[in-house]
Every structure is written in structure tokens, then in C-alpha cells.
Ligand binder design. Sequence first.
Ligand code: MLT
Length: 201
Amino acid sequence: MKHIFEKGSREEAPTLVLFHGTGGTERDLLPLAKRIAPDSSVLSLRGNVLENGMSRFFRRLAEGVFDEGDLVFRTQEVSEFLDQAAKQYGFDRSRLVGVGYSNGANIAGSLLFHYRDALQGAILHHPMVPRRGIVLPELSGLPVFIGAGTNDPICSARETEELEGLLRGAGASVTVHWERYGHQLTPMEADAAAAWFQEHF
Ligand code: MLT
């Protein structure tokens, strides 16, 4: 996968894995990562799927309607890439915190839905429920931050609550931060994610 790796100054800090939104690149969330965890190493991925020239992490059939087969395939692809990158760059595979926005939050959420040890924690900015009707792995105590908009036209408040319930049901320790700026990732939301990270890692 196309990616950037930047080594952090604090070896024992978890590595942040960044997942951009639809149409983004691996550069988009680098400033956010600096704000959340200035000392952490960062692995930032570019989604392998192209939709009318826009990079994404998995295919969709329409806005908010995911291609489930592709989602499962791409989730495995990312998981395997994380294994390989940990060997290549020498970071601790068991200490990864995923940070994603929109489509990137959905692939990070999908990692949690499909793999027990994929991530040690996750910051999901404006995520949706990646998949329904499956049993989630045991996520006991796994910290998850969700940044959401009460008036987000893409990820409704109701879907945010559904996602929170599914993750809590698997044992995750979920914090939801609400804003009123639609689908935007605002500076306030970034600051809330940073404060949450400092508290948990
Ligand atoms: C998705 O396709 O993952 C969601 O609709 C969010 C987005 O627009 O990327």
C-alpha cells in the first residue's frame, strides 16, 4: 500500500496509523497526528481503491452503501499490511492506535469489527457502522474515541449511537464527542481527540 512512515521521538509511545477520507491522501491527517500525539511514530496509508479518481479504503455501491465483500477483503489487506510494515519499520505491532476520518474511520472501525488484536485503540472521526449482522471479536477495555456531528448528513446521530452500542457490546470503552458542524472534523474535535489520547496512552 502507498504510505508514509515517520519515526517518533518516544519509542514507547503507540504508533498512530492514519486513514484519510474519500478523495484524500496519506498526507492529509499528518497535522492531526502531530496534534494528537506529537511524539508518536506515524504510519499513514493511502486507500487502494479508486472511485472516479478519488482514493478510498474500500468500494461502495452508493453513498453509505458499502460493498461488503470488498470491505472484508480490504480490511484483511490493511491488517496484513500492518503486520508487514511493523517488520519493515521495527515498530511494535501490538501498540497501534488507528486514527481515521470518514471513509478512513470506517476502515479503522472495520479492523475492530473483524480482528481482535488489530489495534490497541482507535480514534474514529465521523464513522459509520461498517458492517451489520456479524459477531464482533472480544474488545475488552479497548479504548475508542468517536467524533460525531449531531447534524452530520452522512453519519447520522442514530448510526453513531448504533456503532457505540455495538462496540460497547464487544467490551470496548467508548467515548463519544459530539459537535454540531455536520461531517466536518473541526479543530475542537481534534483537540478533544488529543485530550482523550493523553488520558488513555
Ligand atoms: C464511506 O463511503 O465510507 C462513507 O460514506 C463516508 C465517505 O463519504 O467516505
